[in-house]
Design a protein around this ligand. Structure first.
Ligand code: GRF
Length: 199
């Protein structure tokens, strides 16, 4: 049985699309599939992408203690929660129930250029302002501090002297689209192996 993935997204959903496409392309070989896309924003383009792919969608309130999100995840029997441009904090009760089963992608080499408020163009602006010649992509497990959980995978991306925040963001995003679906797949495989071999 394929692992059941929920993707949480607040924005345009290009990583969500890459994940949907990856598992669609694997067809019968796939070991995971996206069964739920949920957003804190009812007008998130990610929800439109999911609906177009005939995946269940949900909009949830983030003003509660996480009960609404938890209920959605339980109802859809989610094995792995994938954050893809999700901009709100995940409440502690959700992190507790899904410990080690929530992953996030960040468009820089954590722990550099991470933390609260570091998202979107701000990350790439800070990278350029710092003068570093290298940035990248980080996939990590979520714990209760922003961008601090154990790192699962990283890939480096060069910063060119002529880069603007936009050109750098585009180069990093292209790498995200290659890395994230494959890391999600790997994490799902490890989860399945663990379930098969734990007493
Ligand atoms: C990506 O750069 C991701 O690293 C970050 O938010 C952005 C989401 O982009 N967490 P998209 O919505 O997947 O296009």
């Amino acid at each position: 049985m394929p692992s059941r993935l929920a993707v949480l997204a607040s924005g345009r959903g290009s990583n969500l699309q890459a994940i949907i496409d990856h598992f669609d392309n694997l067809a019968r070989e796939r070991i995971a599939k996206v069964v739920l896309v949920a957003s804190n924003r009812a007008d998130s383009p990610a929800l439109i992408r999911a609906a177009t792919a005939s995946i269940d969608i949900a909009h949830f309130d983030t003003t509660d203690d996480g009960s609404m999100l938890l209920e959605l995840l339980r109802k859809s029997r989610i094995d792995l929660v994938v954050l893809a441009g999700y901009l709100k904090r995940i409440p502690p009760k959700v992190i507790r129930e899904y410990a080690g089963r929530i992953i996030n992608i960040h468009p820089a080499l954590l722990p550099a250029f991470g933390g609260e408020g570091m998202y979107g163009a701000r990350v790439h602006e800070a990278v350029i302002a710092s003068g570093t010649k290298e940035t990248g992509v980080t996939v990590h497990l979520l714990d209760d501090e922003y961008d601090r959980g154990p790192i699962v995978a990283q890939w480096r991306v060069p910063v060119e002297p002529s880069d603007t925040a936009d050109s750098l963001a585009a180069r990093v995003l292209n790498v995200e689209h290659v890395v994230y679906p494959r890391v999600v797949e790997m994490v799902a495989i490890l989860q399945q192996l663990e379930a098969m071999t734990s007493a």
